[in-house]
Design a protein around this ligand. Structure first.
Ligand SMILES: C[S@@+](CC[C@H](N)C(=O)[O-])C[C@H]1O[C@@H](n2cnc3c(N)ncnc32)[C@H](O)[C@@H]1O
Length: 234
């Protein structure tokens, strides 16, 4: 469980998605070229602020709407997806560690014969970084490697299919989104995923490892719901 001094969902200081990288427009703005006038610098700063505001808005929408609506948002406005990914990449660049790199290291320690499914793959970092056969899924294809799939729907347009029958599931998620980790783990158990290990050492994200131990139980699992990341402008 997080302590009082750790980041909270909803707090603008949080280094999770939507936070650090894009909340300090003065820091983020590209330096004006030598000799450029004040107006060019001002313009660059304003553009940066607009981008930051747009990113925060998209991020908030993503965390508060259904995944079906998120897919619709990105389909109708592909520019929104690009801004979201640019913003995400910038902020993760400011974290001490990028969670996806942890997963890459995890995979490299295991046999390359393992088949990997990356849900919410973004720019396919995992597929680009390991020798394994990797199936990359996302709401929107940032690259031709991506199979478009809403993981909430469990219906993927690929031969692999998204139903998870056996194997290991890794979850990397912003720490402050877990209001009640125990309830989350219980809910995962209801879905047939047994907790194998949890790394809660980072204040930024949790890394949870599960093994598929059996079929899901046919009842609602409310403990799966995570807090949204809503950010104030700093
Ligand atoms: C924060 S980004 C992380 C990208 C990548 N995993 C990484 O670490 O670089 C989250 C990704 O999850 C995708 N996503 C969100 N909801 C999804 C859903 N319901 N189904 C599939 N992908 C989803 C988003 O489109 C986005 O690309």
């Amino acid at each position: 469980q997080r302590g009082r001094d750790q980041p909270q969902a909803g707090a603008g200081e949080e280094p999770g998605p939507g936070a650090a990288g894009l909340t300090g427009p003065d820091l983020d703005a590209a330096p004006a070229p030598a000799g450029a006038g004040r107006s060019a610098a001002l313009r660059a700063r304003m553009e940066e602020r607009l981008l930051s505001a747009r990113f925060r808005f998209i991020n908030q929408q993503l965390y508060t709407c259904s995944s079906r609506d998120a897919a619709r948002l990105f389909q109708t406005d592909p520019g929104a997806f690009e801004i979201y990914h640019r913003g995400f990449a910038r902020q993760v660049g400011r974290w001490p560690e990028n969670p996806v790199h942890r997963i890459v290291r995890y995979l490299r320690r295991r046999p390359a014969s393992l088949v990997v499914a990356d849900f919410g793959c973004g720019d396919c970092t995992i597929a680009r970084s390991v020798k394994n056969e990797v199936h990359s899924f996302d709401l929107v294809p940032l690259s031709p490697r991506v199979t478009v799939c809403d993981m909430a729907e469990h219906r993927c347009h690929s031969g692999l299919g998204c139903s998870f029958h056996r194997g290991t599931l890794m979850v990397a998620e912003v720490a402050s989104r877990f209001e009640d980790l125990r309830a989350f783990l219980n809910a995962m158990a209801q879905l047939g995923f047994k907790s194998v290990s949890k790394d809660l050492s980072s204040p930024f994200f949790y890394l949870l490892e599960f093994t598929k131990a059996g079929p899901p139980r046919p009842r609602p699992v409310p403990g799966l719901r995570l807090l949204p990341c809503l950010y104030k402008r700093r």
